[in-house]
Design a protein around this ligand. Sequence first.
Ligand code: VG1
Ligand code: CO
Length: 542
Amino acid sequence: MSAPIRVATRPIPGQKPGTSGLRAKTRVFMQPHYLENFVEAVWAGLGGIAGKTLVLGGDGRYFNDRAAQVIMRMAAASGASRVIVGQNGLLSTPAASHLIRTRGADGGVILSASHNPGGKDGDLGVKVNISNGGPAPEAVTARIHAATQALEQYLIVESQDLDLARPGRQRLAETVIEVVDPVADYADLMERLFDFSAMRALIADGFSLRFDAMHAVTGPYAIEILERRLGAEPGSVINAVPLSDFGGGHPDPNPIWAKALHDAVFAPQAPDLAAASDGDGDRNMILGRGIYVSPSDSLAVLAAHAHLAPGYAGGLAGVARSMPTSTAVDRVAAARGLPCYATPTGWKYFGNLLDAGRVTLCGEESFGTGSDHVPEKDGLWAVLMWLNILAATGKSVAAILHDHWAEFGRTYYSRHDYEALDADVAQALIEDLRSSLPGLAGDDAGPLRVSRAEDFAYTDPVDGSSSTGQGIEITFEGGARAVLRLSGTGTEGATLRLYLERYSPDDPSLDPQAALTPVITAVEALTGLTCRTGRTAADVIT
Ligand code: VG1
Ligand code: CO
């Protein structure tokens, strides 16, 4: 067996993990040493890999297979005792998280740039998880970044490619490589959380379902769970085969990138429930016949109904949302007497709250919802939770949502993304707004008046760690709110995200964009966004 080879290298600038792992153009990852450097730094960030067990998988995008071979050779060279890898190098993010926990692994690496497009000219990413199964928290990503800046060498063994098509054990140097079915354990977990017999009965009764896997990783999971175990018609799962370029699409489950699915629910013969997931299977979009469910509303609805699913029959310990996510869930929490937390953007901030048993459900406005079943957001889980609620109540998606608004009022919400901006322009806009914050309260902004303006900072209530500069939050008199922050997942220029919210206790009938016009006007007055960016409209509105 070949001995580890020491390869001399030098630090590569910019290897700083963002909101969810390190992301870069695929071609950048393919440059000599780029992936290897980062992986060696990951070992350092995890406190070494010698004698440890690693879970490894990815969303099937271009270079996933090559990168997996490299990572296994590097894990073997540094003395990992075992690498548990999904068959063909595939694992959805929630399935990887579950596997880390059930197998008592010390960490995981997921090859995915999530919702970013794939292919040779697309993006690749490396997500790093820790032994609790969740994304590496800031302290670990900071250690990884520091290690990338001081790297002089990495270790790798030479070997033939391992055969990842065949489940079972192989050896690489002293390391056991265990290839596992990526779907089975995850599907079993879902069966334990939800009432499969009620959902099966609903479907047998003619309830129709369409799930768009967007040619990303959830295809095999959705076929197994929705078609095989729940009896949905064959063909209910569309775009089910993972492709290395996602069929040329953006595997981003929203009305823009999953337009055909979105349009289908407003057409004749619409399915009763339609849903989509992203590249690595941790996001979800929920649609019903004739209706789109905004992710923030989805979180609120799930919080109000979760007790109907067997896994949550005991009720919720509490709920959490990312700060830019709408306050719809806060109203449910207040009505039910549940603790409610607002965290910075990114699932890593929910980890401690989940581990400490302070919250059961979490969600983000970016089509992410999850629970304490794994410390990751989970696309298919959200679909099953909705299906379980529909089966338990006998209501349609539209009825659930309208009843929710009647009970709690409607929190109109939208996110406007300005993509590929000049990074300096975007940064300057945020910095100028940030420096104006101290005097802003009481000022008029277009048709609204500012009541509070702050640069969001978060202190984790469990370990006391703090994070600053997590988005600018401006609240207006009457309760409307705008949040501005720069994306931490893009690979080109800067993406400015503008989050808009306005609550109406008694009129749920407005068009969201129309309802939010005063907030948009107020933001324009405060930032001069149109003039500064040269953009008259957002690139993506969700
Ligand atoms: C985006 C979303 C954020 C999400 C993150 C990772 O981050 O806004 O809510 O947690 O993507 O999602 P940003 O920094 O671009 O706004 V995914 O599905 O990677 O794991
Ligand atoms: Co994702």
